[in-house]
Write a protein that binds this ligand. Structure first.
Ligand SMILES: Cc1ncc(COP(=O)(O)O)c(C=O)c1O
Length: 389
């Protein structure tokens, strides 16, 4: 049987990266000592006010088709959330509700990119990006970042990557996997490039509310850029709601019109009762503060314990829910490290070159277990490092 060429374009190499994780997940089913730190799925329960609202909504019969771009109450709640952050230009008309950031990125890319176009993305980059770009027929032009300077983004590197085919730049801050936050000045320099070369700025801000020192700048703060900025985010990480599939796109109204057509041809509205529950998430801002503090304490455990581990350097994440471990001084590759560490100590980590060659020699550790378990992981890391001597 014949398939569309699309099937080739969406079949990324990322699958390999998950081999160890899949093995570890299978082992975890029957071995309670296995600890999975290779995936970014929060261990925490979705906060009760959100769950309660979902039940209320289902019992009230809110189980029908919903409005294509999202229920009016939720679109309004998302807009107000951004207004509270100081982005007064965002109105409900700019908000499109989608099942998660991933879907939002896919939908936005389908409306912005086409065969032969290029989109510039700093690398390491989140593993699904090449897939959704491939779906549009466009190609990814990656810009390598360096572990030596904390995977900081340099606008000159972006400028050098621009060609007549470039249509957009995709940024992710705080970043998965690096934990780096793009400073405001850098964002402004990228914005200038977008204006000079008539480009879209697509900003994946799924970790925007999980930060550790200062609040990261959203692309919405770039006030000369409203007509060319698309922000995508969700409740997945900030409210431990990965399985609910609730996210949004903030876009100029012209793009919202096109998204409306696209979403009616592929999705037909996100679940009404999940959208009702999401409104509750925005009514209680303390929920995200609690999450942030939990990740902050976990991050402290890792950073503190790593200081005394010879051969291993921990990059200090400024945001997000991951810590990057630089294992290059151990003399073994990150993949070998991950495999041997899992085989001997039953903890799974993700070799970070799954996110791009610049992350070679790093492992990504998810802060998705409690502090006691992280101490246990550190004990096991110490034993493993000793065994390498
Ligand atoms: C950078 C990044 N973007 C998007 C996603 C997908 O998030 P969502 O659950 O909102 O679709 C993830 C999930 O891990 C991510 O790390």
């Amino acid at each position: 049987m014949r398939f569309s060429p699309l099937v080739e374009r969406i079949a990324g190499e990322a699958a390999d990266a998950w081999k160890l994780h899949s093995r570890a997940s299978r082992a975890a089913k029957h071995d309670p000592e296995v600890i999975l730190l290779s995936v970014g799925d929060p261990d925490l329960d979705t906060p009760k006010p959100i769950v309660d609202r979902l039940i209320e909504s289902v019992l009230a019969g809110r189980t029908h088709y919903s409005s294509g771009l999202g229920e009016p109450d939720l679109r309004e709640a998302v807009a107000k959330h951004y207004n509270r952050k100081g982005f007064s230009q965002v109105s409900a008309r700019n908000v499109v509700i989608v099942p998660g950031t991933q879907n939002g990125l896919f939908a936005a890319a389908m409306c912005l990119l086409a065969q032969g176009d290029e989109i510039i993305i700093p690398e390491p980059m989140y593993v699904t990006y090449p897939g959704f770009v491939g779906a549009t027929g466009a190609s990814v032009v990656s810009v390598s970042l360096k572990g030596e300077d904390g995977f900081a983004l340099h606008p000159d590197d972006i400028a050098r990557a621009i060609t007549p085919k470039t249509r957009a730049i995709l940024l992710n801050s705080p970043n998965n996997p690096t934990g780096a936050v793009i400073p405001r000045e850098t964002l402004e320099a990228v914005a200038e490039l977008c204006q000079q070369h008539d480009l879209w700025l697509l900003s994946d801000e799924v970790y925007l509310d999980l930060y550790y020192s200062h609040q990261p700048t959203s692309a919405l703060a770039l006030d000369t850029m409203y007509e060319r900025t698309v922000v995508v985010s969700s409740l997945s990480k900030s409210h431990a709601m990965t399985g609910w599939r609730l996210g949004w796109i903030i876009a100029p109204e012209a793009l919202v019109g096109h998204l409306s057509n696209l979403l009616s041809s592929m999705m037909y509205g996100a679940s009404m009762f999940i959208q009702d529950a999401a409104v509750a998430a925005f009514e209680v801002p303390e929920l995200v503060e609690t999450m942030r503090e939990i990740y902050r304490s976990r991050r402290e455990v890792m950073l503190e314990r790593c200081k005394s581990m010879p051969g291993l350097t921990c990059l200090e994440p400024e945001g997000g829910m991951f810590v990057m471990l630089d294992v290059r001084k151990t003399g073994i590759s990150a993949t070998t490290f991950a495999e041997r560490f899992f085989d001997t100590q039953k903890v799974s980590l993700l070799p970070a070159d799954a996110f791009g060659p610049s992350a070679k020699g790093f492992l990504r550790l998810s802060l998705c277990v409690n502090e006691a378990k992280l101490h246990d992981v550190c004990d096991r890391l110490e034993r493993f490092l000793e065994s390498l001597d």
